[in-house]
Each structure stands twice: as C-alpha cells, then as structure tokens.
Design a protein around this ligand. Structure first.
Ligand SMILES: Nc1ncnc2c1ncn2[C@@H]1O[C@H](COP(=O)(O)OP(=O)(O)OP(=O)(O)O)[C@@H](O)[C@H]1O
Length: 348
C-alpha cells in the first residue's frame, strides 16, 4: 500500500537539545494516527516538523512522494499539509466564509464561492457563514478551523489537541462526527492528545512517545494486548503492577509463586501487569493485603488493595480489583491470580 506520509530516522535539535530522536513511522492514505505521551515528550514538535515550521537536523519526511530532508527543506505552504491548532487560530476580523476562503487564493472567484459553499454545507455551517469567530461556540469554531484546513485539499491534516477545548459532554459526539468526515474524504491525519481514550475513539493507529522517541507504534488494540514496555502499559493504564522476581524459573510475587519460562535477568527489578479481570478476591484474615480504597462503579465495587508491610521489596502499593462482594476499609482479603498470558516488564 502506498504511504501518504513516511518519516524516516528524524532528528530534531532545538537550542542544542535533542528534542526528537530517530523517529520513524508511516501512514497509508486515509489512516488517522493518535500521538500520545507525557507532557514535553515532543508531540507538538513532531507535528511542527512535519508541517515545516521546525527544521529537522537529519532524517527524511516523505509527503505523498515528495522527499524533504535537512538539505532540502520545503516551505510549509508547499507541503500540502493542513494544520488545526489547539486554539483554532481563526482570523478574528474575518467572517466564517472569509476564514474558510483564506487558503483558496489560487482559485477563481467563482470556484472559490462553490468550494466554500460546499464546505459550509459539509460542516453544517451554512447558518453561520457571515458571523465572526467570537460569535461562535467552541464546537462551531472547531468546525470552521476544520473547513479552513481542508479547503485547499491537503494531502495530510495535522491536529494539535483538537478536542481539548470542547465541552466533555459534546466531545465524544464531535470526535465520531469528525472521524466520519475524515474517512469520507479519505484524509490522512495525525492528532496530538493527552487523553488515551480519545485515541480509541478517533484513531486507527497510535504512537506512544517518551522523551523524543516513539516507544511503540501500532493499532490501539494491538498496543493494549501487547504493550512492549512498562512505560507503554503504564501510560495506557492497562492494569496494576505487582512487583515480582524470577528465581530459578519461578515467578514470585507477594501473592503467589508459579512456574514461568521468561528470560528475565534476576538483577532487574520487574513488575507483573495484572488486569482486574485476572484477579478474584475473598475475605481472609491471614492475608497481608487489605482494602485501602472503595468506590462504586458500573462493574461492581472497585477496591484498591495495599500490602500491610510496605517495606517488603515485593510490597503492593495499589492493586485494582472489581468484585460484587462487600468489603469495608481495612478488611483483609486474599487475592488469586487467574492464569493468563503473563506480561512482565523491567521497571524503570
Ligand atoms: N522552540 C523551542 N526551543 C527550545 N526548546 C523547545 C522549543 N519548543 C519546544 N521545546 C522543548 O521541546 C520539548 C518538547 O516540547 P513539545 O511541545 O513538542 O512537547 P509536547 O509533547 O507537545 O508537550 P505538551 O503535551 O505539554 O504539549 C520540551 O522540552 C520543550 O521545552
């Protein structure tokens, strides 16, 4: 399949500091990528480098067959990339119609009117065409920003935290609507978010970044099933961590000990990822784990369990379990781990 975007071994340095380091990935036509990672890991820098606002030191960006490298930096306006900024950056003194028409200077007046009318209809903005940005709601402003960005028919659309200014109640509906729109246009897109849940609703692929590198790239479901590191599993909040050690083929946690064939170095400090569905609990006054927090959820009672002795190197600080049974704070409970594909990672 041909790639609309390929990024190969991209390095970016700003103020003598390495900000992006050996970034490589590619996207096929129509694919939507969600970029996630902790604050400061380089998500916005990556978008800005692809858009051409920041120059790379080395590596290549190929946009629909056009190669851009450090010796051949194409100006942003020649990259055919649309960008939607977090605050939408609409021109305050221009109406909705004028904002959308802004990037269409190469068209004749008649062509421009037709294209803007089409976009007003597509984004359900017909009734607002003569309003100014300050006369619109956040969701309407976002629609104008989308219409303006896709008006010149870019090959790639970049969105920096597109949903962060949208009321939480409207966010899900807007995400689904925008996803449908991008799919109907076969538009390739990358969006940045702090919210992993947005990725599951909006994206086909996700990249988890940390300190200027991509830790893992793939479909959201693949990353959930096979996270490649402690950092990825932890960022995706896939479950709780049980400190563990492997001694002579035995996996030892403070709850249990069982046979395992995993090539772990004994010296490494490691943790077993356990999802709530892997655990069952029952009252046991001899247990060294007790209930430290209780909340009521749709899936039943949600308990956090903590080791009584937090000095032990296998002590559990927070184990998340759901149960129909009623316990109270401080109750001692025994935990059983159901057999599953054990995911064990070296802890940082
Ligand atoms: N123009 C610049 N000059 C020097 N350093 C910069 C510049 N722009 C960004 N940085 C640094 O690059 C790093 C990555 O910043 P970036 O904004 O890309 O992160 P981010 O993942 O988008 O963060 P956030 O999620 O908080 O928006 C940060 O340490 C930031 O301080």
């Amino acid at each position: 399949m041909s790639h609309v975007l390929a990024v190969n071994q991209l390095d970016v340095t700003l103020d003598n500091q390495s900000i992006l380091n050996n970034i490589s990935f590619s996207l096929s036509r129509g694919e939507i990528l969600g970029l996630v990672g902790p604050s400061g890991c380089g998500k916005t820098t990556l978008l800005n480098t692809i858009a051409g606002f920041i120059a790379q030191q080395s590596g290549e960006i190929i946009i629909d067959g056009t190669s851009i490298d450090a010796t051949n930096l194409l100006a942003p306006e020649k990259r055919h990339v649309g960008m939607i900024f977090q605050d939408y950056a609409l021109f305050p003194h221009l109406t909705v119609r004028q904002n959308i028409a802004f990037g269409l200077k190469s068209l004749t007046k008649e062509q421009r009117i037709i294209r803007v009318d089409d976009l007003l209809a597509l984004l359900k903005l017909e009734d607002y065409s003569e309003r100014f940005p300050h006369q619109l709601s956040g969701g309407q402003q976002q629609r104008v920003a989308i219409a303006r960005a896709i008006a010149p028919q870019p090959k790639l659309l970049l969105l920096d935290e597109p949903f962060s200014n949208i009321d939480a109640r409207l966010r899900q509906a807007l995400m689904l609507e925008l996803r449908q729109l991008l799919k109907s246009l076969d538009m390739t897109a990358i969006f940045v978010t702090h919210n992993k849940d947005e990725v599951f609703t909006f994206a086909d692929k996700m990249a988890v970044m940390s300190a200027g590198t991509i830790l893992q790239f793939g479909s959201p479901s693949m990353l959930c099933q096979q996270p490649n590191s402690y950092q990825v599993a932890d960022f995706l909040q896939l479950g709780s961590w049980l400190p563990c050690k492997v001694v002579e083929g035995q996996l030892i946690t403070c709850i249990s000990q069982f046979e395992i064939s995993l090539p772990l170095e004994r010296s490494q400090s490691s943790a077993l990822l356990v999802k709530p569905q892997h655990l069952s609990i029952e009252a046991n006054t001899n247990s060294k784990l007790c209930v430290s927090n209780i909340s009521v959820t749709e899936q039943g009672f949600h308990y956090l369990l903590t080791s009584e002795n937090d000095q032990d190197d296998l002590a559990i600080h927070q184990l998340s379990v759901y149960s129909e049974q009623v316990f109270t704070l401080g109750d001692k409970v025994a935990v059983e781990i159901k057999p599953h594909d054990y995911l064990i990672f070296a802890t940082p």
